[in-house]
Every structure is written in structure tokens, then in C-alpha cells.
Design a protein around this ligand. Sequence first.
Ligand code: MCA
Ligand code: AMP
Length: 510
Amino acid sequence: MSSLFPALTEALADPDGTAAHRSALRFGDRSLTYGELAATAAPLAARVGEAGRIAVWATPTLETAVAVVAALLAGVPAVPLNPKSGGSELGHIVADSAPTLVLAPPGDQLPPALAALERVDIEVGIDTDTDVRSTRPTAPPAPYAPAHALDRDLDLDPETPALVVYTSGTTGPPKGAVIPRRAVAATLDALADAWQWTGDDVLVHGLPLFHVHGLILGILGPLRRGGSVRHLGRFETAGVTRELSTGATMLFGVPTMYHRIAESLPDDPALAKALARARLLVSGSAALPVHDHQRIAEATGRRVIERYGMTETLMNTSVRADGEPRAGTVGVPLPGVGLRLTEEDGTTAVEAYDGETVGEIQVRGPNLFTEYLNRPDATAAAFTEDGWFRTGDMAVRDPDGYVRIVGRKATDLIKSGGYKIGAGEIENALLEHPGVREAAVTGEPDADLGERIVAWIVPADPEAPPSTDELADHVAGRLAPHKRPRVVHYLDTLPRNDMGKIMKRALTHD
Ligand code: MCA
Ligand code: AMP
């Protein structure tokens, strides 16, 4: 396979060439050119080259980007970890993915769940923006073998796993989606086609780096194009204004971020002006409400475009940069992606392009994952007999092929802040609290988060039920803060059918 990052390969081969001087990554006041990235990542690649699988403590920092690039150069699959994950979630991921070592920024304290792993510090050694041209990264440890990294990157089989990204299902703990190099390359090149994305683009975003959106699209995307990314560390509208006013050309975000932008616009003319200058504003990971589309378009004259993807499939569709932007749609299938809608039976194709007939989206193409790690049962269940991946998303198609997502098959999947969260894993965590006898979890509409997590609890002692904060802390500490319930309702019993199954549709609070 050819290099995943041609500009980096060029910089590795010719440290004094033009590519080496191009800007690659910037996080706050710390940045790396392609030459510096090569000089930093190649020795790390040599260091981890023999590892089976490596965990990356994926803070929103330069170190995470360097670690993942090093793993890709070495051909070793990286498992990005959410640094806010609680003990039981981390414990599961580490046990399931069995990494041989963990890469972490120097000085970061790692939780007990990672104590058994060998730790390797990600040494970057660039401190300030002003240093960038004059300072080389700290002397790499022996063996410093850029040629080794170069050879590995070029020689690797496209099916070599690049990343294992954990994603929630309706029940049970998260599953590790094994994403091969072939899928990373295919999806990024398809997006380049759809978005006219080039090495001249400068991307800004504040997405987390342990999911597909922030990591693959938001970091590996610009690097594959030979362009650059400026990461905000955490999302703030002031950072968006600053970067889009000083040369950034594209913005990626989840709908919650665009909602916060839409809320800020009436009082923030500088934000409106900055957004108006952008070449492309892209939203994904959940549906962007038409109201937010409209507010942004009215204040800036710019239309946000949506793309649709999934951890297992990377990107499937997008509104194209040269196409008609249309609020409420996720555009057309990307080059190379086969997309069909199917009827209830899961195999009969819906032929209609009428904007009305609903079917489940099924996809196939080079953008797909290989398997769920250690879960052949779940992998087999995710595909039809004839090889299509069942997304579980329900959609209609307009006469011109634009796809509109209208819902989801599983009511037990919640999308909150752009994160996919399984009701079952939260229910299990709640049931581990001594004050909880029974628990059910649902999602309800939320203007900011899209959906918010709601817990329905039968307390063990009705006289002394655990408080909302206590239950939120309990779930945040075990799983992750974004999985915490925002609202808790206390009931005497949960509504159940004759089979004893909880009837979630009967859980309403009026
Ligand atoms: C509050 N906090 C708590 C608690 N209560 N922490 C622990 N225990 C508690 N009980 C803290 C939080 O940790 C956080 O801390 C702060 O309070 C605010 O948290 P919260 O309200 O939950 O969220 P937010 O910070 O306002 O986050 C909104 C967000 C975030 C920035 C939009 O949801 C986000 O980054 N979403 C992106 C999701 C994403 O990337 N999805 C991609 C996957 P602190 O302030 O210190 O952080 S989907 C994907 O990849 C597919 C392929 C696709 O299509 O893209
Ligand atoms: P995840 O499994 O976390 O990667 O999330 C994938 C899911 O996010 C998809 O199955 C969709 O339900 C949802 N999703 C991603 N992008 C969009 C979008 N633009 N509009 C609506 N839903 C989306």
C-alpha cells in the first residue's frame, strides 16, 4: 500500500525539503511542521514497532496526534482511550484489546486500570510557537530509524489494522471496531473528493481524539492531505473565531457545537464574520436540527454541510462542496460507497427515491471496518448474508439521491453531544449502585445535546433514594462523564409487559 501520509513520507525521506517545512499540527501554542512530526514520530514508531497493539491515552493534545501517527508508521494498531473513562469502562477496554503498552503524555497520571501496562512517554519537546523554526525536537532515543518507519509505512498490507475504536451497542460493554488502513485511506480520499479538501486547507476543531470524528477525520484527514489542523484543546466559540479569522479554512463539529455557535451568533459579530470567511463548515455524528442550520445561515450567509458516518463504516455520505447544500439531509453516497435502503426483512431493497419510503441504511465499500475485536458473533450479526453492513439508521431518499435520516431502529441507543451511548450499559452501571433496585434508561430530546440521558429508578429504599447527583457521579466514575444521567425519575415499579420486559415507551413523566 502507498503511504498513508505522503507529506510525512516526503519529510522523512528529505528532512530539508519543502514538505518538511509545512505546518502539520497545532494545539494552542504548540505546533509541529511535517519535518518535526517526522523527527518526533519516527523514533517513537521504532520504539513501539514490535508491540502487538498499543493503547493511547488520548488527551486532546499534540502528544495524542504524535502517538497515533507513530503507531501508523510502525503498523501497530492503536487503541485510543478516553482519558475521562471510569474504572469499569477502561478495565473492559484494556482486558478486551490486550495492549502491550500504553503511550501517554509525560507527567499524566494513569488510573489503576492501566497499572499493569508498560508505559512509554510521548516526548514531543516543542514548547512554544515561536520556537518552531529554530527548535528541533529533543534528541530521539536510539535507535533513531526514520528509514525503518518509512519502509514499514510503505510496505504494510492495506488490511493491517490501523485503529481499534470502542463503540457502544444497545446492551453490554462497548465493542472494539477494528479499522484497517485501507478504510482510513478510502474514507479520507472520498471526503477529499466530496469536499475539494486539499493540502491548502487548514482545519479547526475541538473534538475529542478517541473517536472517529476527531481523530480520523480531524487529525489524520489533514495529515493525509498534507495540510494542517489547529486543535482547540476544548471546544469554545472564541477559539473558532480566532482560528477562522487567522487562516483556518474548515470547521468540523458535532451538532451540539453548532447549536452553541447558533446561540452565540446574535451577540457575537466577530464569530459571524469568521464563519462567513470559512471555505467549509461541516457537521456530523448526529443530526443538526434545521433550526440551527437556519440560524447559522441567516447570521453568516454560510450553509453548514452534513456528512453521515459511523465508527464501523467511517464516512458513508456527504453533502458535496460542489452540490446543493440542503438542511436536514446528509447528502449523497461518497465515491466507492454502496448504499441501499432495505425493508423490514433487512434484505429486500427499497427502490423508491420519493422522499417518503423509509428503509434501513445498509452500506458496503472500502470504508468499512474488518470486525469487532473478539466478537465474531456481533460481527456476523452486523452484516447481511450478501455482505452489507446494517447501520440501524432509518432513512428516505429524495429523487436526486440525497439521503435523509429519519430515525434509528434501536430505541436503546442514545446520541448525546454526538456520543453514541447504549442504554443497557448505563442500566447495568445503575444497578450496581446499592440504592437502586431497578433501572431503565431512555433518551429524550435536548436542544443542546440532541438527546439527554434519563434514568428511571426504583430505589431500594423509597424513603432514602440516591440523589440525581449521586447517580450521575456513580455512572461518570464507572463509565464516562458523557454517559451520566442528566435527569432521574423515581418510580414505585417499572412498567413491564407479560414477559417481564420493561416497556420503555410507557416511561413518560407527565
Ligand atoms: C459534570 N461533569 C462531570 C460531572 N458533571 N464530570 C464527572 N462527573 C459528573 N457528575 C463535567 C464534565 O466532565 C465536563 O468537564 C463538564 O462537566 C461539562 O460536561 P458536559 O456537560 O457533559 O459536556 P460538555 O463539556 O458541555 O460537552 C459537550 C461537547 C461534548 C463538547 C459537545 O459532548 C463533545 O465533545 N462531543 C463530541 C462527541 C464526538 O466526538 N462524537 C464522535 C463520535 P470538562 O469541562 O472538564 O470537560 S461519532 C463518530 O465518530 C462517527 C463516526 C461520526 O459520524 O462522527
Ligand atoms: P458512532 O457509532 O458513535 O460512530 O455513531 C454513528 C451514528 O451517528 C450513526 O449510526 C448515526 O445514527 C449517527 N450520525 C452520524 N452522523 C450523522 C448525521 N450527519 N446525521 C444524523 N445522524 C448521524
